[in-house]
Design a protein around this ligand. Structure first.
Ligand code: GDP
Length: 446
């Protein structure tokens, strides 16, 4: 049963305006009861009205009420959005009045969940709302907006339609063997259709390696033995990108985890190995800690001190990172150079020289710019990627079965699995717990 819910939709704290969102079958009538102004129940949808929220005959705040009638509202229900003055106290007072008059507080993500259940949004679109809110760079924002405009839904629909067509034909063959006009779904018929889909999915999966980095950032470790200049390098990167740093507490010595954006690439920094000073000899070598960080990282910034020859620790770290996406950084370019390594870049963290080289290299290695040419042909997050990989595997199995001339009714099972996995991406076939887990990731009021 759908009841009447409300929540503060704007961030907690003092601002010029706060918005309280109210949704449910009686939302408009219930707000009307505490609204001194026009009778909202008689107002047209998509209109805004001035008045006061009242309690015991007294005005609590001067507000604007925006009325949206279902099903043409964000979540498909009747909605009133109340814009109050943005103080913490006054906003909570208005919320309190609503809670005393028939509303209950919305759960995290409940508005979006309603929108999904009322078919106003599919899962990819709901996820993209979350992505838009947390965007830290231009590309992330554009991709998320694309997805909100049905980009991902359409991508998946093409595959689902093709597969549905095959499944339907197989069913006709099985149920009406005597029906002569139907297509005979043979192995020769199936093989090229499956091949085409595999090729298209592979392309999307390859593209998605870039798009998920663009949207969610790349897990990055700054690796190197003590004193090569890791903290200095980080400081240089922070200095150059001051305006867009987030979550990085205090000095680099305290660094645990943080994000920074370098020319549209968001780096999710992993607790940087060996960056903390320590008396423990084994730890001071930093190899064990580096190993950990390297395992977690999708990009390694491997720092070497170019004013010294490579020692065993450097060599070990180089070996540990050789199969990773990595940028070798020869630091201390201001001193006499004793190192030369192909494809490495030279910087002087101390003098803040070489940031451009490093930024270029980060752009190059993450291929972020190629996203522009992908024309929306990618997915937006790891959940979607994992499900498409599942669909890909099922189709691969179907392909092998075709080659082995397995009975078509058995191949149909794999094809159906692919269909279901793709449906999970948009939420067309989904388990309840997954839906709840996904929506609780939302902020309150979304
Ligand atoms: P970490 O242990 O790898 O984090 O290294 P630090 O960033 O703490 O640097 C170790 C020492 O090297 C400090 O004395 C820095 O001032 C110095 N250092 C760092 N980068 C440079 C550089 O580019 N040139 C020179 N000459 N010294 C540097």
């Amino acid at each position: 049963m759908v009841d009447n819910i409300c929540a503060i939709a704007t961030p907690y704290g003092v601002g010029a305006i706060a918005v309280i969102r109210c949704s449910g079958p009686e939302a408009i009538e219930l707000v009307s009861k505490v609204f001194d102004g026009k009778n909202l129940a008689k107002c047209k949808s998509h209109t805004v009205h001035y008045g006061h929220i009242i309690e015991n005959g007294e005005a609590v705040d001067e507000v604007l009420c925006s009325v949206f009638k279902g099903p043409n509202s964000f979540d498909g229900e009747d909605i009133v959005e109340i814009s109050t003055h943005g103080g913490v106290y006054v906003t909570n007072r208005v919320l309190g009045v609503l809670l005393d008059n028939g509303f209950r507080l919305a759960e995290r993500g409940e508005f979006s969940k309603r929108a999904f259940l009322n078919h106003r949004l599919d899962l990819t679109e709901a996820e993209s709302i979350m992505d838009i809110i947390s965007s830290e760079n231009d590309i992330a924002l554009k991709s998320s907006l694309g997805s909100l405009r049905h980009q991902t839904r359409n991508l998946i629909r093409i595959f689902r339609d093709k597969i549905l067509d095959i499944l339907a034909k197989i069913e006709v063959n099985i149920d009406y063997p005597e029906y002569e006009d139907s297509v005979d779904v043979t192995h020769e018929y199936l093989s090229p259709l499956i091949d085409d889909m595999l090729i298209d999915m592979k392309k999307i999966l390859d593209n998605s390696e870039v798009s998920t980095i663009a949207i969610h950032g790349i897990n990055t470790a700054i690796v190197g033995k003590p004193n090569v200049g890791k903290s200095s390098l980080l400081n240089m990167m922070l200095d150059e990108n001051k305006a867009i740093v987030s979550d990085i507490p205090g000095t680099t010595r305290d660094l645990v985890e943080g994000r920074l954006t370098v020319r549209n690439v968001t780096l999710n920094l992993i607790d940087t190995a060996g960056i903390h000073e320590t008396d423990d000899y084994v730890e001071s070598i930093g190899i064990e800690r580096s190993r950990n960080a390297i395992n977690k990282a999708d990009l390694v910034l491997m720092v070497l001190d170019a004013s010294n020859e490579l020692d065993d620790i450097d060599k070990e770290l180089l070996k540990l990172t050789e199969n990773k996406k990595r940028i070798i950084i020869l630091n201390k370019s201001d001193l006499k150079q004793k190192l030369e390594i192909a494809d490495a870049i030279s910087v002087s963290a101390l003098r803040s020289e070489g940031m451009d080289l490093l930024s270029d290299k980060i752009l190059e290695i993450t291929s972020i710019n190629s996203l522009k040419n992908m024309d929306g042909n990618y997915l937006n997050n790891n959940r979607q990627v994992a499900l498409m990989k599942k669909a890909y595997k099922s189709l691969e199995a179907a392909k092998v079965s075709c080659e082995m001339l397995t009975d078509v009714s058995l191949i149909e099972i794999d094809i159906k699995d692919a269909f279901d996995a793709l449906g999970e991406i948009t939420g067309e076939s989904y388990p309840d717990e997954l839906i709840t887990a996904l929506f609780t990731k939302f902020c309150l009021g979304k």
